[in-house]
Design a protein. Structure first.
Length: 341
């Protein structure tokens, strides 16, 4: 089933407007509150048969998508469409963070980001080779996790002092014990096999106070993907992240020692809940010197991540500057020691 939202005023297509947070018609300016629309994915019922071909209700064109796409834009008439049967049952998202940054704002922010690269080539800094910029709702699982940690360790405090002609080193040993219960709420892990995990992780943080109950109008005008991995599939990955968080917190409570030797460290982690959520991402594809570079922008905060090309000449000049500054500093120090100033 293909879902279109038509303007009740003029009949043109409506899409989600990131500035107003409403469903908007670009023809007459009509805006509608999304909360007033029924949750289509709740009220609709479908068979389990996978549908590969759809028809645009606006122009009749065939919409060819892969099996993971849940929302797209008709390449013939530009209408935003939602593939409702791919959002039903277990594939129905629970929450969504809507886009707050428009395509124009994303484009301008990316150009400004390119110009700020200290070590990037001049041709890249011009930001005139943007191949495409796509607004995409990426599937994530938001995990609520609880952990219990118990640690036994030995800490040392070393003191060196002089008495007479002798230098003494004093080492004291301390038994350290920590027991704590920690909970982590809404830890995101992307659930799409197409997306680069490193890029998606670096897009954090999102402002989860802006989470909305999912409703299909949020997807209109954007591309959306369904998850490839269940929350159980990604449980080992989220446990690994939580273990790092717990370890960092434990270290923050053991301060003031010269060294710490762990004798026993036990961290137990359990999943409390996982919510299937769609998060907004602008994907930017940039052509530079016959190769494509991919960047991602947090569609809520504007944070940009990715690896820009590096200019070898600028790197060499930068290191030369560091070497020159170091040499000058050494000469000044030598001059001071020798009686200068």
């Amino acid at each position: 089933m293909v879902l279109h939202y038509k303007c009740p005023n003029c009949g043109d297509d409506m899409v989600f407007d990131s500035r107003s947070g409403k469903l908007a018609c670009h023809s007459c300016g009509q805006k509608e509150n999304i909360e007033d629309f029924p949750n289509e994915w709740i009220t609709a019922h479908f068979s389990d048969k996978e549908v590969q071909e759809y028809h645009c209700k606006n122009c009749g064109a065939i919409l060819l998508t892969d099996q993971d796409t849940t929302a797209t834009v008709c390449s013939f008439c530009g209408a935003g469409v939602v593939l409702l049967d791919r959002l039903s049952g277990d594939l129905a998202p629970v929450k969504v963070i809507p886009f707050t940054i428009s395509k124009e704002e994303a484009m301008q922010a990316f150009k400004s980001w390119c110009k700020g690269g200290i070590l990037t080539p001049k041709g890249f800094m011009n930001a005139d080779r943007i191949k495409n910029i796509t607004g995409m709702y990426v599937p994530f699982w938001l995990y609520d996790m609880k952990s219990k940690a118990e640690v036994n360790a030995t800490g040392t405090k070393v003191r060196t002092y002089t008495r007479g002609d002798y230098i003494y080193t004093e080492t004291k040993y301390y038994d350290i014990y920590r027991e704590m219960n920690l909970e982590y709420m809404k830890v995101p892990v992307d659930a799409s096999e197409k997306m680069n995990d490193e890029l998606m992780d670096k897009l954090e943080p999102y402002d989860y106070t802006q989470l909305k109950d999912f409703n299909t109008p949020y997807l209109t005008g954007y591309i959306a993907e369904k998850y490839n991995f269940t929350d159980k599939d990604l449980l080992s990955r989220i446990k690994s992240r939580i273990e790092q968080y717990v370890g960092a917190y434990i270290r923050s409570t053991i301060l003031g020692y010269t060294s710490i030797q762990y004798k026993n460290k036990r961290i137990d982690i359990e999943q409390k809940n996982a919510s299937y959520t769609l998060l907004p991402v602008w994907m930017v594809y940039y052509d530079y010197q016959q190769s494509e570079h991919t960047f991602a922008m947090n569609g809520q905060t504007g944070k940009i991540v990715g690896k820009p090309p590096i200019s070898g000449k600028k790197v060499a000049a930068w290191f030369s500057g560091i070497a020159g500054t170091t040499f000058l500093l050494l000469k000044i120090i030598t001059w001071i020691i020798g009686g200068g100033f």
